[in-house]
Design a protein around this ligand. Structure first.
Ligand code: ZN
Length: 149
């Protein structure tokens, strides 16, 4: 468990310092802003959706390490995925971060997102970890602002 915890911290710090796909996306056709008042996290998601596929993704914002890292990993994972696959992944990720801390998480198909299982020990951080996903969903749906309350 301590190895995993170390990995989790290293991984999150790495993505926090060097977020992937950071910056506005030129040619984006969907965008949405998210705000988590509990922590002060703000994120804007830019998507280029072609047909039912997310061809490209970018984001901007200022948030805590968990928020930024979660958005960064999400952007990596979702590039090239279909909207249905993205929604499926959101469901799995949500279960991962909100499950009981004493249960072994199911990480099938989550890839790098599995590292966020540590968040379930800190319920106040769940909104930090899921803000990007809620914002993504809003962008896919109608491109409006979302607040996680
Ligand atoms: Zn946060």
């Amino acid at each position: 468990m301590s190895d995993l915890r170390e990995l989790y911290q290293e991984f999150i710090l790495d993505h926090h310092k060097n977020p992937r796909n950071f910056g506005p996306l030129e040619g984006a056709n969907r965008t949405s802003e998210g705000y988590n008042p509990l922590c002060g996290d703000r994120v804007t998601i830019y998507l280029l959706v072609e047909g039912d596929r997310i061809s490209d993704i970018g984001f901007e914002g200022s948030g805590c390490a968990i928020c930024t890292a979660s958005t960064s990993v999400m952007s990596e994972m979702l590039k090239g995925k279909t909207v249905a696959e993205a929604e499926d992944l959101f469901g799995k990720f949500h279960e991962l971060v909100t499950g009981p801390p004493d249960e072994v998480p199911c990480t099938d198909g989550l890839g790098k997102l599995a590292v966020f299982f540590g968040v379930r020990e800190f319920p106040v951080r769940v909104k930090c970890a899921t803000l990007a996903w809620h914002t993504l969903k809003a962008a896919l749906r109608d491109g409006k602002t979302v607040t996680t309350e």
